[in-house]
Design a protein around this ligand. Structure first.
Ligand SMILES: NC(=O)c1ccc[n+]([C@@H]2O[C@H](COP(=O)([O-])OP(=O)(O)OC[C@H]3O[C@@H](n4cnc5c(N)ncnc54)[C@H](OP(=O)(O)O)[C@@H]3O)[C@@H](O)[C@H]2O)c1
Length: 268
């Protein structure tokens, strides 16, 4: 790790999966880590584990779906005097099933966490990141953001927002020294799949094993992609090739295939 050495990183969704692994991989190099998620016990356990490497750690238990809680995190960080120069917008959630059967609270949480909190944290922290002259923003998107996804309609649309927002910011920040990148993983085994699954529904992320990558690799590739100045990182060659080819196919050719699973689901 080169440019991220000595960083002060705020990581959302640090209580499990990719976010916790981001903290683990950054800890030996970072000056300070600020861990945010709802489950305080998980954050405290991670803090105890990582403090051994000498990094300073703050934990903030907060529901990022609650705009007031997001403001409280920002206030607490500002009050602590720690200057964030690396923002990792990783917290996110999905929902698998037909939109008509979705629970509104969950839809709202996806919009609030995947889009609104990510945008607010970026807006609040970006001026300081630019001033640092060496800052970075890593937004965790998904390959789901590349195409509309029936049965994950809102989630895929939220990730399309994340990728588009990241690309636009990258354009705006060219020449400032701030690195901006989107990490676009395919299926990876974390708590995400079981949480996106509705009671009584099929597996939320049925995917062939050759497309799955370990959490450690996803995070390593994402951090490396950011440091190398890549706009987007899709971890794993087979998936990267698949997404490259998919991007070459016009949407009118893909459209008839997109709804097949959803139509079958309604017939059941
Ligand atoms: N797993 C996959 O297959 C996959 C594929 C592509 C992209 N991604 C993306 O990767 C990111 C990380 O997901 P993951 O796979 O690591 O899943 P995960 O293990 O379920 O982790 C999600 C994290 O987000 C946090 N979070 C969720 N809702 C929150 C809320 N309302 N307030 C605060 N924190 C919240 C969770 O913490 P608490 O529950 O403690 O609050 C948890 O730390 C997400 O953005 C996801 O969309 C995942």
């Amino acid at each position: 790790m080169t440019s991220l050495h000595g960083c002060t990183a705020l990581i959302t969704g640090a209580s499990s999966g990719l976010g916790a692994e981001m903290a683990r991989q950054l800890a030996p190099h970072a000056r300070a880590l600020i861990l945010v998620a709802r489950r305080a016990d998980r954050l405290e356990a991670l803090k105890a584990e990582l403090e051994r490497s000498g990094v300073e750690i703050q934990c903030h238990a907060a529901d990022l779906g609650d705009a007031a809680a997001v403001e409280r995190v920002l206030e607490a960080v500002a009050k602590s005097g720690v200057k964030v120069d690396f923002l990792i917008n990783n917290a996110g959630l999905g929902d698998h099933g037909l939109f008509e059967g979705s629970d509104w609270q969950r839809v709202q949480a996806m919009l609030d966490v995947n889009i609104k909190a990510l945008t607010r944290l970026t807006h609040a922290l970006l001026p300081g990141i630019i001033r640092s002259g060496r800052g970075a923003i890593l937004n965790v998107s998904s390959i789901a953001g590349y195409l509309p996804m029936p049965k994950m309609a809102v989630y895929a649309a939220s990730k399309a927002y994340v990728t588009s927002f990241t690309e636009a910011l990258r354009g705006e920040l060219r020449g400032t020294g701030v690195l901006v990148s989107a990490l676009c993983p395919g299926p990876v085994e974390t708590e995400f799949g079981s949480r996106a699954k509705r009671p009584g529904e099929d597996d939320a992320l049925p995917a062939p094993d050759f497309l799955k990558r370990p959490v450690e690799q996803i995070v390593r590739d994402g951090l490396r992609g950011l440091e190398r100045g890549r706009a987007r990182t899709i971890p794993g060659l087979p998936l990267a090739v698949m997404m490259f080819l998919t991007a070459l196919v016009p949407i009118f050719i893909l459209r008839p295939f997109l709804g097949i699973g959803a139509r079958n689901a309604r017939k059941k």
